[in-house]
Write a new protein. Sequence first.
Length: 202
Amino acid sequence: MCVCVSCAMAISTSTPDEAWTSSQRMSFAMVFHRITLLQEEARKAAVFRAFKLWFTNANKLRQQMLDYDQLNRLVLVMKSSIRCCRTTLEKEEIRRYFMEYMQCCVPSSVLSFSDMDKLCDEVDWVHTTGRSLLFLQGDFGNVYYMIAKGRVGLYLEPSKDREMAISRDFGSMRLQPFEGTDADLAGRLGNNILVLEVSECE
């Protein structure tokens, strides 16, 4: 007896696109289009954030460069000009710096034009290195200091006898670097009642 078994195997040769119905193809196209839009929006948002960050940092750097250039011009004018004999242009350079960066010390609402002109003609640039003594308690108050940048400590000695001793010990050290720590200064100049950090006058 002979038994013959035939197996039929159907292999679909149709592509996925042909296998999908028209509604499935439409749904896929809509989803693909939506994903493409979302990717484009994300790309644009990333580019915008990067541009905004660059723009902010570029403006900050540009302002820092302008500030530095303005300060250098001020120092150059003060070092190269003669007090009470400054030209109108030199005084204008100083006045511009005061108005832009030191309104806290030189309020334009208080000073008249002639007062400002006189101030710009008589002001000096004083540069200190490290810990330097600007003035001592009991000094004759004929100088007004405007701190443009740096760290300033104010010391108070309640004893008059001790005040005179400090003047004798430190009298020759005005505007000279002091080799020592803050604790040394506090111990020798009196009570440290104020520490002012000035990065820039606002």
